[in-house]
Write a protein that binds this ligand. Structure first.
Ligand code: DQA
Length: 155
């Protein structure tokens, strides 16, 4: 099972600064990630919160069942040592950080991710498709087998 975790303000996807974040809503993102993972027979548990502690509680609660985490921490990316330490506490769970926008090509404060050192990788600036690429990477990483291909390419 993979956790899809979205942080503050991502509940407003679709209506929030669509020129930056696109028009896809969070329920649509969650559906597309679920479908992408279903093609690998991998279940997704999705969660969004505007509260740092709630995100930590969710990750703690599912830390044993989770095989991997797809995380868009929103603005907590740039500030949250709390999330950084939470991910460091579960080193057996691969985490991939995803951003819709290219955080390196925007305001200076967005160029630093304090959670990145606790993640296996980062996908930034590829819009909604970044979530799908991350989902595919995680499925392969946890050793899942793509349903239609019947064989697992180790990427
Ligand atoms: C974001 C980038 C962050 O800087 C911003 O605070 C967000 C969204 C992204 O997906 O591009 O809330 O994580």
């Amino acid at each position: 099972m993979i956790l899809l975790v979205n942080g503050p303000n991502l509940n407003l996807l679709g209506e929030r600064e669509p020129d930056v974040y696109g028009r896809t809503t969070l329920p649509e993102v969650e559906k597309l990630v679920r479908e992408a993972c279903a093609a690998w027979n991998v279940e997704v548990k999705a969660f969004q919160s505007n509260h740092e502690g709630a995100l930590v509680d969710f990750i703690h609660e599912h830390r044993k069942a989770a095989q991997g985490i797809l995380l868009n921490p929103g603005a907590l990316t740039h500030t949250s040592y709390v999330l950084h330490d939470c991910l460091k506490a579960i080193p057996h769970v691969p985490v991939i950080e995803v951003h819709l926008s290219n955080i390196h090509a925007r305001e200076a404060f967005r160029r630093t991710s304090v959670v990145a050192p606790a993640c296996r990788g980062q996908i930034t600036g590829l819009g909604m498709r970044g979530y799908l690429l991350a989902a595919e990477w995680l499925c392969a990483e946890v050793g899942a087998v793509p349903v239609e291909r019947g064989g697992a390419p180790r990427l």
